[in-house]
Design a binder for this molecule. Structure first.
Ligand code: SF4
Length: 359
C-alpha cells in the first residue's frame, strides 16, 4: 500500500489489472513495482471497481486490500504447497467436470473471475492465461457425462466464476440441465454479488431458474465489509426470486482470523438471508503461506463462536484433504468417549459433562 495519496487517479469504472494501474491508484508503492511485476507474470490480477472502492488506502493492513492486492510474498512457494491443492485433476473424467463424490459433480464453465483472490485455491488454473471459458464441444461432453450418470443429483457450477458468463449462456446451461431428470439441484459458487453486484440483475436472476430444478447460490465472502449495501441488494434480488443462498468463506490470516470479525461476518450473512455453510481452512495453494494459520489456531477461533452467536450463524469448519480425498470436518470436537457407552461432552464455556449423567 502506498502512502502517496496526493496524485491518485480516481477509481475507474473498469477493473485494475496491471501493476502500473496499482501504482496509479495508490494500491502499491512505486518502489514495489518490480516485485509486483514478477507476481503479475505468475498469477492473474484484477480488482473490480467495487472492491477497489472498498479498500481503505489509509489502512496498511486493510483486509480487502489483503485479499485482492498482489503481494511480493506470493513468490515464496513452500515445500508443502501444490499446483492442484484439492486434487481436481485426479477426479476429472472429462474436460470441465470434477466427479469427486458419487452424487455430485463440479462443472467448471469459466476459469476467469472479475477479481482475483490472492489466496485462490485454483490460482494455477484461473486467469486470462488460464483455461478460459469451457468451449462448446467440451460443454457438450460435460452434459453428456452428467446425463450418463444417473447417480448425479447435484451439479455445482464453479470455476473461476460461473456468474461471469452472460445470462444467455447461463440460461442455456440451466436448460441443458433441466433436460436431465436425475439432476435435482444446481448450485452456483460465486463471488459476483460482492465483487460486481450490479451484474446480478433481473435477466441474470431469471437465467438461473429452470423448471423442476432447485437453484442454490453459494456466496464467497471473507470479511463483513464485503457485505456492502450493494452486495446485500444483489443477494436480495436472488433470494426474493426464490433462490436459496448459503455462504462459504476462507479462514485467512490478516483478513478474518479474529473472533470479532468472524462473528460480524457470520451475522452479516444471516442478516442478508445467506445461511453460513462452510468456513474453509486455507488450501496449500502456491505462494499463499502468508495467509495460512495452523489447524489449532483455526479450531480455537471456531470454538470461540460457539455460545457467542446464534446457531443460525455457525459455519462448518472444514479442510479439503490435499490430493483430492474430499472434505473433512475439523471443528471443535464437542464429545469424546471415556468408557463403553459413556461420553464427556463440552459446553460452550469449556465445562465438561458426563453423558449419560451419573446422577
Ligand atoms: S473468485 Fe474463486 S476462483 Fe476466482 S480467484 Fe477468487 S477464489 Fe479463485
Amino acid at each position: 500500500m502506498s502512502g502517496q495519496h496526493h496524485q491518485l487517479k480516481p477509481i475507474s469504472a473498469r477493473p485494475i489489472r496491471t501493476p502500473a494501474e496499482l501504482v496509479e491508484t495508490g494500491l502499491i508503492a512505486a518502489e514495489n513495482l518490480a516485485d509486483i511485476d514478477a507476481v503479475a507474470k505468475r498469477y492473474a490480477i484484477a480488482i473490480s471497481p467495487a472492491m477497489a472502492a472498498l479498500i481503505d488506502r489509509n489502512d496498511p493492513a486493510d483486509p480487502i486490500a489483503r485479499q485482492f492486492v498482489p503481494d511480493a510474498a506470493e513468490m515464496k512457494v513452500t515445500s508443502e504447497e501444490r499446483q492442484d491443492p484439492i486434487g481436481d485433476l485426479a477426479h476429472s473424467p472429462v474436460e470441465g467436470i470434477v466427479h469427486r463424490y458419487p452424487d455430485r459433480v463440479l462443472l467448471k464453465a469459466a476459469h476467469v473471475c472479475p477479481s482475483y483472490c490472492r489466496f485462490c485455491f485454483r490460482r494455477e488454473m484461473v486467469g486470462p492465461q488460464g483455461l478460459g471459458t469451457l468451449p462448446t464441444e467440451a460443454m457438450t461432453g460435460a452434459f453428456g457425462y452428467i446425463a450418463g450418470h444417473p447417480e448425479i443429483w447435484e451439479v455445482i457450477l464453479t470455476g473461476g466464476e460461473p456468474l461471469i458468463l452472460s445470462p444467455r449462456r447461463l440460461g442455456e446451461i440451466m436448460q441443458r440441465l433441466a433436460a436431465i431428470d436425475h439432476v435435482k439441484i444446481v448450485r452456483f459458487h460465486t463471488r459476483v454479488p460482492v465483487v460486481e453486484p450490479d451484474r446480478i440483475d433481473e435477466v441474470l436472476v431469471a437465467a438461473l431458474k429452470a423448471s423442476g430444478k432447485v437453484a442454490y447460490v453459494a456466496l464467497h465472502a471473507n470479511h463483513p465489509r464485503e457485505l456492502t449495501p450493494a452486495a446485500r441488494a444483489a443477494c436480495a434480488r436472488l433470494v426474493d426470486a426464490g433462490i436459496l443462498m448459503i455462504s462459504q468463506s476462507v479462514l485467512l490470516k490478516g483478513v478474518n482470523d479474529n473472533p470479532d470479525t468472524l462473528v460480524a461476518l457470520m451475522r452479516a450473512f444471516v442478516e442478508t438471508r445467506v445461511k453460513p455453510y462452510y468456513l474453509h481452512h486455507p488450501d496449500l495453494a502456491p505462494g499463499t503461506s502468508h495467509f495460512r494459520l495452523t489447524i489449532e489456531e483455526g479450531r480455537t477461533l471456531v470454538a470461540g463462536l460457539r455460545g457467542r452467536i446464534s446457531g443460525l450463524c455457525q459455519p462448518t469448519y472444514i479442510l479439503d484433504i490435499p490430493g483430492g480425498y474430499g472434505k473433512a470436518m475439523i471443528g471443535a470436537d464437542g464429545i469424546r468417549q471415556v468408557d463403553i457407552g459413556c461420553y464427556m461432552v463440552s459446553d460452550f464455556k469449556g465445562g465438561g459433562h458426563a453423558y449419560p449423567p451419573s446422577d
